[in-house]
Every structure is written in C-alpha cells, then in structure tokens.
Design a protein around this ligand. Structure first.
Ligand code: SF4
Ligand code: SF4
Length: 204
C-alpha cells in the first residue's frame, strides 16, 4: 500500500497521527474510501453536483480528492477548501452508495485537517471563535442569541434590513450567514422536539 503513515506512542497503545499529507492527529480513516469503486451511482443524489456539474463537487470527486491527500499525491492547499467545505453534509450520497462509503464522515474528518493546516484568519476567525468558543458551549449565551434572533425576525428588523439592502454593507460572509438564518418558531421546535437545549432556546 502506498499510504505513508507515521505513528506516535500515546500511553500504552499506538495512535495514528498522520496519513500521507494529513499531518495532524485524527486523520481520516482510509478504510472509509477503500470501498469506493467510482461507479457514480451517488452523483444524481448530490445537490452540489447537480448545481455545479463539477466532478470535484460530487461525492465521487470529493472521495477521490480526500484519498489523494491520504496517499500523499495531493497537498492540502486552498484548492481543497471549496470542494470540501461546500459539501452540505446532507448524506444523500451515503444512502445512494451501494458500497456504503461514508462520504459525510470522511468530509468531517478532512475538514478538521484542513482547518488545522490552513487556519481561518481575520474576521472569519473572529466569527468562528465567537460562535464555537464563546457561544455554543454556553447554554445561557445560546439562549440569549436565540432571543435576539427571535427579536430580529419578529420585530420586522430582518425584513427592513433585507429590503433596504443594508446587508450589502456587511462583510459578504456575514451577509451569507444572515441569508440562511433559520426562522425562529414552531418548525424548529417540532423538528428538534427531542433536543431540550434547542427546544427551549428557539421556542416562539
Ligand atoms: S461513493 Fe459510492 S456511489 Fe459514489 S462513486 Fe464511490 S462507490 Fe460509487
Ligand atoms: S453529503 Fe455532500 S457529497 Fe454527499 S450528497 Fe450531500 S452535498 Fe453531496
């Protein structure tokens, strides 16, 4: 096998810390891409492939890219960011795949590797840190954010901001985030009825 692996002692057992050009701990599991036979049966199920028609935005193309990095044939560069981060994580491809290739699971692991190799910078890093470290681990802050979001949507501020093109003055990635904000209300509570945190924070 052409995979280049290095291992490091971690207590009494060995833990794989790199694989090919995945150089950080917890690299993707190569057995997850080993079963892909490039049949293409996943292509029609993939919304990003349907939208773009590009192989690199298909499950098969993404598996090929992720495997190539694991085999040391491809470096982790900015070119990898788009195909991997535009995956919607919908897992429709896993359902369609006759070989049960866990494309979504691979994507999650590879995103972790890319984020370590190419960390976010500037405003994107601040926004990411704000939510991942400053909000999501704290239920009270999550609750406050849900209340503010509800106020923004129900008070008409959101409608006003969208109609007056105010959002165009924001950095593009923030405007993109605003465009896909979930509507606070009954559908979220119904969908996640079993999840107490979300249920209590997004209740109407
Ligand atoms: S991921 Fe599955 S369905 Fe898609 S090309 Fe590979 S084996 Fe075929
Ligand atoms: S999980 Fe990603 S690759 Fe699979 S169908 Fe959804 S968007 Fe496409």
């Amino acid at each position: 096998m052409s995979l280049k692996e290095s291992e490091m002692k971690s207590g009494p057992s060995c833990t794989t810390v790199s694989l090919g050009n995945y150089r950080f701990s917890d690299p993707p599991d190569p057995s997850k891409w080993a079963d892909c036979v490039h049949c293409g049966m996943c292509l029609e199920s993939c919304p990003t492939y349907e939208q773009t028609g590009q192989e690199q935005h298909s499950p098969r193309g993404r598996v090929h890219l992720m495997k190539s990095v694991g085999e040391g044939k491809l470096e982790i560069t900015g070119d990898l960011i788009d195909p991997i981060f535009t995956c919607l994580d919908c897992r429709a491809c896993t359902t369609a795949c006759p070989a049960d290739v866990d494309v979504g699971g691979l994507i999650e692991q590879v995103r972790g590797q890319i984020r370590q190799a190419i960390p976010l910078t500037g405003r994107k890093a601040l926004v990411s840190d704000f939510f991942l470290k400053g909000v999501f681990p704290h239920p009270s802050r999550l609750h406050l954010l849900g209340s503010l979001l509800k106020l923004y949507q129900k008070s008409g501020l959101q409608t006003l901001a969208r109609k007056t093109k105010l959002l165009r003055m924001m950095p593009k990635h923030l405007a993109d985030m605003e465009a896909i904000l979930p509507e606070v209300g009954v559908p979220v509570r119904k969908k996640y009825k079993h999840t107490n945190v979300i249920n209590s924070h997004f209740a109407p």
